[in-house]
Design a protein around this ligand. Structure first.
Ligand code: FES
Length: 88
């Protein structure tokens, strides 16, 4: 399960965090429909100057553009699949 939280505090919202959430949801439906993931919102992470901030599991990614968010999602999915395959 991949957990993703996009900051929707004021500063990040002004930098299109809502669009990032929609984009991640669309990517999940289009490219990774079989992957378990939870995409949601989180409150301000107190790193407003670095926003928009996106938390992938326990790692915060800063200054995330919508395209970068898609790249990070793909990297996470591929990393998760590698772990699953290595256990089989
Ligand atoms: S508003 Fe996103 S970190 Fe503060």
């Amino acid at each position: 399960m991949i957990r993703i939280s996009v900051c929707t505090g004021k500063a990040c919202r002004e930098r299109f965090s809502a669009y990032i959430i929609r984009r991640l949801e669309n990517d999940r439906k289009k490219f990774f429909p079989d992957m378990e993931m939870d995409i949601g919102e989180c409150l301000c992470r107190n790193q407003c100057r670095e926003g928009p901030n996106v938390v992938f599991d326990d790692t915060i990614a800063s200054r995330v553009s919508p395209i970068r968010a898609s790249e990070l999602l793909a990297e996470r999915v591929h990393a998760a699949r590698r772990v699953v395959w290595s256990w089989k």
